[in-house]
Design a protein around this ligand. Structure first.
Ligand SMILES: [Zn+2]
Ligand SMILES: [Zn+2]
Length: 260
């Protein structure tokens, strides 16, 4: 069974999705689910902290969802990776037996990539190079993560007309991210949120092709759904892409790789 390995319920500050609704929707779609709630330890120092906090109580999460956990639902976390959160993240994931840990870059130098402040006074190349260098460093500094989340996160929010990562221009840094992913035994995610466009798929192709070329074998396919209707979104495209590239879709149970 294919798993949607990236989803957020109401334990994530930016989601209202109810766990039971998510499980029902996944059942209808014939897919399994991994909940991966946000834990962004450093976010409290962001200027945007007043609206959101992006942390949750792992014991409460476990108490509430453990009864739902089983063959079709696993319980994970999405850690925001920053230089200041390495120890906090390590401590956090020891608190309950998470099935799967995604590591993601959401903020750099206390600036959330979601907001325009990150892009101020930067060219697109500078903004993207700084993002990728930081990602490569954070993967190396957090070798315990199972999956590197959404390499194309910046393309969601960047204010440029062409938002895609230009592999030809940034290949050194993309390769560095990939090499650190492979060196640490991490699996790359194919985030499906933006995969409804051919332009996006074409821009991502050289990145994932390079991952395969350098020795990548596995891919975690995740929607990053914050709403029931987005669960499993664009999965046919992602599955085709994975097959085309020769990457095997996986997810994690009890921190061990599982093949779909
Ligand atoms: Zn994320
Ligand atoms: Zn997410």
């Amino acid at each position: 069974m294919i798993y949607d390995s990236h989803s957020h319920t109401e334990f994530s500050s930016d989601s209202d999705m109810k766990a039971t609704d998510a499980v029902q929707a996944a059942d209808r779609l014939g897919i399994g689910l991994v909940f991966t709630e946000h834990y962004d330890f450093d976010y409290v120092e962001s200027p945007h902290y007043k609206d959101m906090d992006f942390v949750f109580d792992p014991q409460k999460y476990w108490r509430q969802y453990e009864p739902l956990r089983g063959n079709k639902l696993l319980l994970g976390v999405e850690l925001g990776l920053t230089p200041g959160s390495i120890e906090a993240n390590k401590r956090f994931i020891k608190q309950v037996p998470f099935d799967q840990v995604i590591g993601s870059i959401h903020a750099i130098n206390k600036l959330d990539i979601y907001y325009p402040d990150y892009y101020e006074n930067k060219t697109k190349r500078e903004a993207y190079a700084c993002y990728l260098k930081n990602m490569a460093d954070m993967v190396k500094a957090n070798p315990y993560i199972d999956i590197l989340g959404h390499i194309d996160y910046i393309c969601r929010y960047a204010p440029y007309e062409d938002k895609e990562i230009d592999y030809t221009d940034l290949h050194d840094l993309v390769d560095l991210v990939i090499m650190n992913v492979l060196d640490t035994g991490t699996v790359m995610e194919l985030n499906t949120r933006r995969l409804d466009s051919k332009t996006v798929a074409e821009a991502l192709l050289p990145i994932y092709r390079r991952y395969r070329e350098l020795g990548g074998e596995y891919i975690a396919i995740g929607s990053d759904a914050h709403k029931v209707e987005n669960l499993g979104m664009n999965f046919p495209m992602a599955i085709d892409l994975a097959e085309f590239l020769g990457l095997k879709p996986v997810y994690f149970r009890e921190r061990r790789i599982e093949y779909t």
